[in-house]
Design a protein around this ligand. Structure first.
Ligand code: GLA
Length: 398
């Protein structure tokens, strides 16, 4: 039996044990890795990512009242609430806010919310940089839409989930994570222009594999570091707006590498470095997409190493543990590229490796990181998986 089937069975069994009922609906949404485009999404730039064959699974049965009961094998229990009342932020059980935020947005979109018993299972680390939060949001949206027999388009779901995170949870994230979780395609790397929303998928090609290594430094996007970086980018936008007069500047997307160099004077050092990272990173994604389309996977890998160096030296969102993981990966034969994935300050790195080298690379990362830090990292060889999905006839099958 494949690990995925096993995992579905595990979620269904977990649900039955928890509440003794027959589950009706199962929703899955994957985590993601960021291949290129670190902090370019909210600067209206380009990103490249991949959905993983891992994520969050929500199993549920409708209730006759309008109460929502949540429990999870990985997140613990939570106080129940009613979708009839106003949905309020929960300081004491922070993970529930990703779910509540989505429910509040579904309500605003006039989706008639049902009460439900919901069991949550997952095989990505929470707060580990694989976007467990977007996976939780997107699976919640798919689940409650199915429970209400309603549909929204893929983009409506991605935007709604991002709004939930921006407005309810209070993290000013971009669209990368929700886009990847919704639009994932097995075996494909995704690209997105975060301004025009033009997007596509390129086959990752045979003979390569992703290895994801968790530094075990739990990154907390909601504790302010992420929003501070965003503010630094905004200050830089205001500066370039006043300096560049021959075309409009509304985001760092509008500043070329050459313009950055010409007009950077006058920016405080921190904002200068942060904005340099962003304008160069947007160019790297463009080059990376071309490399991928030309089948130049080594070129893509080199850009990933450059991206990590830029996050470390200019953007300031790496940490010792992430740098060490990237350094170990860079010394492994058959590794083409490696970089931190996502917000930074901890979490995971993603390694692009030749398939025949992936197992050995994973082993080396485990051994050397443990030897040098005393911490055992979680290292997984990951397949590139499909986007979110929902199964509505569990009741019949089980
Ligand atoms: C987090 C955010 C994304 C994106 C990345 C950094 O994952 O949720 O929107 O900004 O960080 O690229």
């Amino acid at each position: 039996m494949s690990p995925q089937i096993n995992f579905v069975m595990g979620a269904v069994t977990g649900f039955r044990r928890w509440c003794g009922l027959q589950p009706e609906v199962l929703a899955f949404a994957p985590g993601r890795v960021e291949i290129l485009g670190n902090h370019t999404d909210y600067n209206e730039g380009l990103v490249m990512s991949a959905a993983l064959d891992r994520g969050m699974r929500l199993v549920a049965a409708r209730r006759t009242d309008r109460r929502v009961r949540l429990a999870s094998s990985i997140l613990g229990e939570a106080p129940e609430f009613s979708v009839r009342d106003e949905i309020v932020f929960d300081e004491r059980t922070p993970w529930t806010n990703y779910i509540k935020g989505v429910l509040a947005e579904l309500k605003k979109a006039q989706i008639p919310l049902r009460g439900a018993d919901v069991w949550i299972d997952g095989d990505i680390p929470v707060g580990g940089g694989m976007s467990s939060s977007a996976a939780l949001e997107v699976s919640t949206a798919r689940l409650f839409l199915a429970l209400a027999d309603k549909e929204l388009s893929a983009w409506e779901i991605a935007h709604l989930c991002r709004r939930a995170e921006n407005e309810f949870v209070g993290v000013q994230c971009g669209i990368l994570d929700q886009f990847s979780s919704v639009f994932g395609q097995a075996g494909h790397l995704l690209w997105l222009d975060c301004r025009s929303l033009e997007h596509g998928a390129c086959p990752a090609g045979t003979g390569i594999e992703l290895v994801v290594a968790n530094s075990m430094m739990n990154h907390q996007l909601s504790d302010g570091g992420y929003n501070a970086l965003r503010e630094s980018c905004q200050r830089a936008v205001a500066h370039f707006q006043s300096m560049i007069t021959d075309h409009p500047v509304t985001a760092l997307r509008d500043v070329s590498v050459e313009e950055w160099d010409r007009f950077k004077a006058g920016l405080r050092e921190e904002d200068q470095q942060r904005s340099q990272h962003v304008v160069e990173e947007i160019r790297r994604v463009d080059l990376g997409r071309k490399a991928l389309m030309d089948g130049d996977i080594e070129g893509l890998g080199r850009l990933m190493f450059q991206s990590h160096a830029s996050s470390r030296d200019l953007f300031g969102n790496s940490c010792r543990e992430l740098d060490l993981l990237v350094e170990i990966a860079s010394e492994c034969e058959g590794v083409l590229g490696a970089k931190l994935s996502g917000g930074g300050f901890g979490g995971c790195i993603v390694v692009l490796a030749r398939s025949d080298a992936a197992g050995r690379t994973a082993e080396t990362l485990r051994e050397r990181f443990l030897a040098q830090t005393g911490t055992r990292p979680e290292v997984n060889r990951c397949r590139i998986g499909e986007g979110a999905a929902v199964e509505t006839d569990l009741g019949r099958e089980n």
